[in-house]
Each structure stands twice: as structure tokens, then as C-alpha cells.
Design a protein around this ligand. Sequence first.
Ligand code: URA
Length: 240
Amino acid sequence: MKPMRMDRLLANLGYGARKQIAALARQGRITRNGTPLLDVREKLIPDADLQSSLCIDDEPVDPLPGFAVMLHKPTGFTCSRKDPGRLVFEFFPERWLRRDPALSPVGRLDKDTSGLLIFTDDGQLNHRITHPRSHVSKTYLVTLDRPVTPDAITRFASGTLKLEDDDTPLLPAELEILSDHQTRLVIHEGRYHQVRRMFAAIGNHVTALHREAIGGLSVPADLPEGNWRIMTPTDLDQLL
Ligand code: URA
């Protein structure tokens, strides 16, 4: 990890322009182990030691670059910054929108889908999770308009089912029928509106969709909708 000037590091975390960081430093509001850091030119190494010792206004500094966060997304929020309406970023501190490198969702969930959504500022990690070669599965709880019949299991598992407007067939997916109108579906790729389009392809309609897990990582039972937490190395291991 390369040492970085304090003003640049904190500006990249969204704490303000360099001038504003300089003002914070002058006012003694940036501290390391309780000691004010007054010189914004000081070079800091963005490592675990800095993470645990640096405070702004007595609050631990935000996660340094190279982090991942999981959100239990409620319905009604969109992932794209360009879309009108409420955004998933609203759940995080506002300054996170000014981070450089930017925090991006790892894959997306539709506005009307709830469940596990991961974000990271680490492009390599994002790529590793989303690349088809990584074989990271996604598990959805799907509520349907019409009763689901067992032939859906075979069709989804076939590896020959095509979605409207797609040339390549879908990879085999595992469907479990939980009740007439509820299923659990595990998919191994991430096409646009994939789950809704899969059920449309067999003449059904999804009325509610919830992502229960990505890889081996489920929505934690103690993470209510609208809440987030920084991911630990154990979370990442489970995911990958
Ligand atoms: N498939 C969908 O149709 N929507 C999602 O949000 C995720 C998977």
C-alpha cells in the first residue's frame, strides 16, 4: 500500500475538497490515536493500523479503499445512479457518493427486488464475483402469480431454455418448489431481469422476488431490511 498525503486520502473518502480537509486539520478535528494531525501533507499508509487509529471528529474514519459492504435491500430502491427515484446509495453516508475509487454495486437488483446486495470499490473483486467463470451462484425466493408445475424444474435444469431476445440458452438452474406459488431458484449467471424473464419464458409471472444468498453468503438474520454492514474476510470467503 502506497503512502498518500492525508488531504488526498480524506478527499478521496469524500470528506471534502482538500481545502476543507486543511480546515479540519487546523481545527484539530483529525486525530490519530487521539493526537491531532495538523499537517495535511503528512503521508499516511492506508493500512489496518491507520483504519483503527484515525478519527475525524472522534468518529472512526470510513473504510479505507478496498472494502466491500453488504446491504439488505428493500424493494422500492434502484441501483443505477442515473435512474429517477430513490437509490440504494441512500442507505450509506452521503459522502460515500464522493469516494474515489467509487463504490459500485456488484451486479444489480431490480427496483422491485429485495435481498442481498453487495457493493465494493475494488474493481478486481467486483469482476471476480460477477465473472461467469467464478461460478458464484445466486439464490432467489420467488413468488408467482400462477401455481408452478414440476415441469418447470426440468425446463430450468435443461440448459436449453432461451429467454426472449437472447441467442444463447441459459445455463442449467436449480428450482425447488416450496408451495404452489413459492419457489427457490439458484442461477449461475446474471442476465438482465433474469429470474423474471425465466418465469415469463414458461408462462408464469413473478409477483415478488427476494435474493436470499450470493454464493454461500446469505442475508444475515440480524441484518434487517435497509441495514448494511462492512464485509469481513469470512463473509468474502463464504461468498466466493
Ligand atoms: N432477476 C431479476 O429478474 N431481477 C433481479 O433483481 C435479479 C434477478
